[in-house]
Write a protein that binds this ligand. Sequence first.
Ligand code: 13P
Ligand code: SF4
Length: 304
Amino acid sequence: MSDLASHIRALAAEKNAVILAHNYQLPEVQDIADFVGDSFGLSVKASKTDAEAIIFCGVDFMAESALLLSPDKLVIHPEPESKCPMAAMVDAQSLRLLKSKHPDAAVVSYVNTTAEVKAESDICCTSSNAAKVVRSLPEKKIIFTPDANLGSYVSSLVPEKEMILWPGYCDTHQNRITLEDLKTMKNAYPASEIIVHPECIPEVIEFSDHAFSTQGMLDHCKTSDTREFIIGTEREMVHRLRKDIPGKIFHSIDKAVCPNMKKITLKKVAASLEIFGPKIDLPDDIIKKARIPLERMVAVGRGD
Ligand code: 13P
Ligand code: SF4
């Protein structure tokens, strides 16, 4: 362990802070975390921690969700500029307008949304449980925000629902993981299974063997008889896979980077522990409303 990594672990112990990191964080950040996971797993951890503070190494909506689920805790985001551009593609006012046009629809919002948008939603979902959440609702009509790729994947799994898709997307999955990339990699590594994230475009999902959340990828690769995998998601995912499953081979797509996830560095994590900030702050009325759809999502459970 580097001196900086040891300093971070000592500070976290001294200050009773838990460090949570998403699977797309830089390898050295993943390595100093108490828990590394997908959006669903991180939400559950955040709702159950006994620590005084949560140091959240992920993008803004993930740290906000931690505060919504643990409003009495101090939630620290080491780099407030680490934001998910897809979460900014839907705003509360535009969603209210769409809801007024479809009063019979339930609103399902991906966790990749602001707290204000969650406050306008009936239930949240992650890529792990999106289909399970949609299936759990009595309404036939569903407004799904903001990821149209995830929404259309869910629609293919739950055809009995009428889905109104918000036109949002993730640049990393939509534009940096193409069908051509997968074909080239399959030619190079023909024995590999292809596993992609459901934020990828439909042609990419169709060409793949499976679509999973990042934790779903890990669970599948552990138990599968296959030894070699092409991983169609943010490239740091293979750090987690190689570390947890040392006997197998994982190929990443090098250009599939989420630049926002990379804004959190070890130096910033150390600084955030030293000053115990910057902290996530949300208005009380938003916390009250936005935590309801998130808690409903946690109650539905994992789906992959
Ligand atoms: P997971 O919940 O699968 O980790 O996905 C989060 C995310 O932001 C994907 O781009
Ligand atoms: Fe947002 Fe895409 Fe980055 Fe995930 S990979 S945090 S959806 S920009």
